[in-house]
Design a protein around this ligand. Structure first.
Ligand code: SF4
Length: 515
């Protein structure tokens, strides 16, 4: 890293982001990511190295040494298997803690040669500084969180908005460049802090204008207005009727599955028709969509099926005496089975609550059994199509094109990413598949996140890669980032989350990495 040691000698300047902190000896810079250690600028956090299945004990016993000489592999020389022994044993250098290329004309801090399945590979490793980035949050709940487009606030600042509801989930979009840089300084600071916390899988509370307060934490159940959510619904009300119609046949005369989106009515639904279930004379409030499927039976809320009702009978009108008969058996349930009541019509055709028969309870319990645990999913969405590409190649468009042609595998902390079609390098990654502590911030404000580009060594050469900086894994581990100028670098060994991520150098979905 092109770090200058200024006078007075006790301060060093960090140029790892545009803030250009002057850091006093023994102190850290504004982001707490760099510090002045005995007059040397050091990256405070360790570089995270992934190990596959072998025990790299000998490597752990060899802490990074101050750089004596950069030992790039010879770009033009044929590589030999002996150069890649560590990679063969399963070592992957991630961007977590790797430091960055800012102000961007520099090659990435780690450009690591390796060998997998007898293919020579190179992985370009850096920490990206993302100004254009956001979090897409999926919250598995039927409970009403707030109107679409409503502002989402953290500590009073607007940090995002409610976006479309999806199947069994409510979606939020948090962060984004307009909240990071387009509002007040405080809005930007709160936004970046929220994003960093959620990205690093810590709990954060947000409030939605005209809606609920929600505690979000990646991989955990959401807490809506102080109540932890347990179940993600089995499906909409119509789907629940379709799934369980046969199991209700003979046990109930009528079933209503209450749902804020589509409330299902067994006797009118096609599933009921196919099973010859007789009309019951039930009348349901709301807008009839198709037979047995009703929209807007109530207002959205945190009651039955994501509606605002506590009494399910409130969505029913008087029964049609032409079809309804005293003694008719009615089950009303929510889409998760958490709410369920059993009624029998009296002589006046009024539903009277009674004890639910065990056989009916069994089917209701099966609804619950078919619900998945409710959880919060946090996806980081970032634009890597900017200046960080210069750390990979002198001609950045070649990297973009290579990614679009699937010549490059992009990972974030070793986790697979989804690359959006179209221009640029817009990626999305599940933060729970990344190493803990993957995200940082800088006060510009922006998010710091790891990114790695893995491709064949000959493809890297062809796209104008920084071949003089390609080093073996051993050299990388021994000396740290090429620009560390002798500053010590620490490493942290991790294993990829078991069963979650493919090994980054051996991803079966990426055919270019295979022989
Ligand atoms: S905020 Fe951090 S990265 Fe930026 S100059 Fe200061 S210490 Fe360096």
């Amino acid at each position: 890293m092109n770090l200058t040691q200024d006078s007075p000698a006790a301060k060093v300047e960090c140029n790892a982001c545009p803030v250009l902190c002057q850091i006093t000896e023994g102190r850290a810079g504004a982001c707490d990511r760099y510090a002045n250690q005995n007059g040397l600028l050091v990256r405070v956090d360790p570089v995270v190295l992934l190990r596959r299945d072998s025990n790299p004990a000998s490597l752990e016993a060899s802490p990074l040494q101050p750089r004596t000489a950069l030992t790039p592999i010879q770009a033009s020389a044929p590589s030999s298997a002996s150069s890649f022994t560590s990679a063969e044993r399963g070592v992957f250098v991630t961007g977590v803690g790797s430091s960055t290329t800012y102000p961007d004309y520099k090659p990435a801090p780690f450009i690591v040669a390796s060998r997998s399945r007898e293919v020579d590979l190179v992985t370009v490793v850096t920490e990206g500084i993302f100004s254009y980035c956001s979090l897409k949050i999926k919250i598995d709940t039927d409970r009403y969180l707030g109107p679409e487009q409503a502002a989402v606030r953290c500590r009073g600042e607007i940090v995002g908005h409610v976006t479309t509801a999806e199947y069994g989930s409510q979606m939020l979009s948090l962060g984004g460049v307009h909240h990071l840089t387009g509002g007040s300084k405080k809005e930007g600071r709160v936004t970046v802090e929220l994003m960093e916390a959620l990205g690093n899988q810590r709990a954060q509370e947000v409030s939605i204008d005209g809606g609920s307060k929600v505690v979000l934490q990646a991989g955990r159940a959401p807490i809506v207005n102080g109540v932890p959510e347990a179940r993600m619904r089995v499906g909409c009300g119509s789907a629940a009727i379709g799934i369980f119609a046969q199991q209700w046949q003979g046990l109930c005369d009528e079933v209503v599955v209450v749902d804020d989106h589509i409330t299902g009515v067994l006797s009118e639904h096609q599933a009921g028709k196919c099973l010859d279930i007789a009309p019951t004379g039930i009348r349901v409030r709301g807008r009839k969509s198709t037979p047995g499927r009703y929209f807007q039976v109530a207002n959205p809320g945190t009651g039955w099926g994501g509606t605002d009702i506590d009494d399910p009978l409130s969505i029913l009108e008087a029964w049609n005496p032409k079809f309804a008969t005293p003694g008719l058996r009615l089950l009303m349930t929510s889409t998760t089975g958490e709410h369920a009541s059993w009624y029998v019509l009296d002589e006046e055709l009024i539903p009277r609550p009674e004890t639910m028969p065990a056989a009916v309870r069994e089917v209701v319990d099966r609804i619950g059994e078919n619900c998945e645990p409710s959880r919060v999913s946090v996806l980081f969405l970032g634009g890597a199509g900017g200046s960080l590409r210069a750390g990979v190649t002198d001609n950045p468009i070649l990297l973009t094109r290579a990614i679009q042609k699937s010549l490059v595998q992009v990972t974030c902390g070793g986790a697979p990413v989804f690359i959006w079609p179209g221009g640029g390098i817009t990626l999305m990654v599940d933060v729970t598949r990344m190493p803990m502590g993957s995200f940082g911030t800088v006060p510009t404000p922006a998010i710091v996140a790891p990114i790695e580009f893995t491709l064949r060594l000959d493809d890297y050469r062809a796209l104008g890669g920084h071949m003089a900086y390609v080093r073996t894994v051993e050299d990388t581990i021994e000396h740290g980032a090429w620009h560390s100028d002798g500053a010590p670098t620490r490493v942290r060994w991790e294993s990829p989350p078991p069963g979650l991520n493919p090994w980054p150098l051996d991803d079966p979905s990426f055919s270019r990495l295979r022989p």
